[in-house]
Design a binder for this molecule. Structure first.
Ligand code: BG6
Length: 492
């Protein structure tokens, strides 16, 4: 499907635009998913040092899109892009110009993408309303994290609601746009096999890991005081947890999906101080090495004078208190400066109740369903089979590859492109409702309150390791291991 859209990126020359949005949109133009008559308006507080063309070339060289790049394509893309120096302080000639460009074609969908700090959302929306850029054809995309706690998120949501109807508001969580995540829904709700097993009757526990090897140098202004709990757990990790754990929705439309996700968030274990101390681990990266290259500690990366209480790693053990999941631990983990960029959901099934053959017990592994989001999309079942040709009936673990994309030759859209196109087409299924944001903050705020009251520093972990020892202990005391440990062992 080809989509028409006039896209306005507030914060158009900022970090998110450079790293994710421009490469995604370029690929969209080149693959013909975005129509030739679509326009991209980048807004920025200050002009570029050089030309827009040089800037686009530099951005694409630094952040390669999911397509080939040739000069003709760059020229075609640049013809659709313009840069406007626009201040959010109040009305201006630049706002007049933007508004007349957008109002000239009232039937064209307009997406206002707010890639700016959330404290500026109110000013941007007020001006959009003032210039009548909130008509029926307009949608606003809000980048996460929305606020820094429940109260600030509610205040922002209330302010945005003064200009835009909820049906026009698209709270983005780009993890929901990842191909493997959508495939998870397709597999769960189109195959009897999975749904029959998808509960505490057959599942032992679930792990969700989002590991990054990058540090936060260059993003210090945002990261310091935000930390991994607000940056990753409140949104990406809890959204993944919702999709894994939710009940089958009545229909695959936005309101049915959101209703089910909200029920999961409401069923999350309510942890008191003691439970938080036992089940939540925070860490901060120290110096170390990533792929053999020495890297600095967090405070040095940020140029801080003293120590910082900000966590760059969180591991949590929690439960979902409902009929389906009672008794099944969910282990959640995210961190910066871990050994690799790696995101995976692991559904570990219970072991068999009895083995009929002594030789089959050695090396017996529980079945696992693996949904890998990064570095590549991958879906697999890990099963035990007879070791081919072995005379002593040994078993071997094999991977049943469910990666449906291999060999299909379809266009890989990348999450941001997919979600921007969904917003242009008014489809909110893969976006987050205000009530979900509020509920996720309530849960996260409880942890932050405990951390504030105990005043402890995060555990230091050397860069290039899987986080502090306490995160290993969190699962080991339950007789389990993080699945990456197992993977590394296998890869030898
Ligand atoms: C963003 C976080 O939402 O997601 C970043 O703010 C993080 O800190 C990024 O690096 C990870 O996204 P991805 O798609 O690269 O895993």
């Amino acid at each position: 499907m080809i989509t028409d859209v006039n896209l306005v990126i507030f914060g158009g020359t900022g970090d998110l635009s450079r790293r994710k949005l421009i490469p995604a949109l370029f690929a969209g133009f080149i693959h013909g998913l975005v129509s030739e008559k679509s326009r991209i308006f980048l807004t920025s507080r200050s002009p570029l040092d050089g030309t827009l063309e040089d800037w686009v070339r530099e951005v694409l060289a630094e952040n390669p899109p999911q397509c080939d790049i040739c000069d003709d394509d760059i020229a075609r893309f640049i013809a659709a892009v313009s840069l406007m120096v626009l201040d959010l302080g109040g009305a201006s000639a630049a706002w007049e110009e933007l508004s007349s460009a957008l109002l000239a074609d009232p039937d064209m969908p307009v997406v206002h993408f707010l890639a700016i700090p959330p404290k500026m959302f109110t000013a941007a929306c007020t001006l959009l309303g003032q210039y009548k850029l909130n008509g029926d054809n307009a949608r606003v995309v809000l980048e996460k994290p929305l606020g820094h706690d429940y109260a600030s998120a509610e205040a922002i949501n209330a302010d945005v609601a003064k200009t835009f109807d909820e049906s026009q508001i698209f709270r983005i969580d780009h993890y929901l746009g990842k191909e493997a995540v959508q495939n998870l829904l397709a597999l769960r709700f189109s195959n009897r096999l999975f749904e029959e097993l998808w509960s505490n009757r057959a599942i032992d526990h679930i792990q969700i890991t989002i590991a990054e090897d990058l540090g936060v140098a260059g993003r210090g202004a945002f990261y310091e005081g935000t930390g991994a709990l607000r940056d990753m757990i409140q949104n990406h990790v809890l959204q993944l947890l919702c999709l894994v754990a939710m009940e089958p929705p009545a229909m695959l439309d936005a309101s049915s999906i959101r209703e089910e996700k909200l029920k999961v968030l409401k069923s999350l274990e309510d942890m008191d101080d003691y439970a938080i101390d036992q089940n939540v681990v925070r860490g901060q990266y120290a110096s170390g090495a990533i792929e053999g290259k020495a890297v600095d500690d967090y405070a040095t990366d940020l140029g801080l004078d003293g120590e910082s209480p900000t966590e760059t790693f969180v591991a949590i053990k929690t439960h979902i208190n409902n009929w389906r999941w009672a008794g099944v631990p969910f282990y959640l983990r995210t961190g910066k400066r871990l050994p690799a960029r790696f995101a995976e959901i692991v559904i570990q099934f219970k072991t068999i109740p009895h083995s009929p053959h002594p030789a089959w017990t050695a090396g017996l592994e529980p079945n696992r369903f693996i949904i890998r989001l990064q570095p590549e999309d991958h879906l697999a079942m890990r099963l035990m089979v007879k070791d081919h040709g072995s005379r002593d009936d040994r078993l071997r673990e094999v991977e049943l590859n469910l990666d449906t994309l291999a060999g299909v030759g379809g266009i890989r859209q990348g999450p941001y492109l997919r979600l921007i196109l969904d917003a242009a087409n008014g489809d909110q299924s893969l976006f987050v409702h205000r009530a979900e944001v509020a509920q996720a903050w309530r849960w996260v705020d409880r942890i932050i309150a405990r951390w504030t009251s105990d005043g402890k520093a995060p555990h230091a972990y050397p860069s290039g390791t899987w986080g502090p020892y306490e995160a290993q202990a969190l699962v080991q005391r339950d007789g389990r291991t993080w699945y990456e440990t197992h993977l590394m062992k296998k890869r030898g």
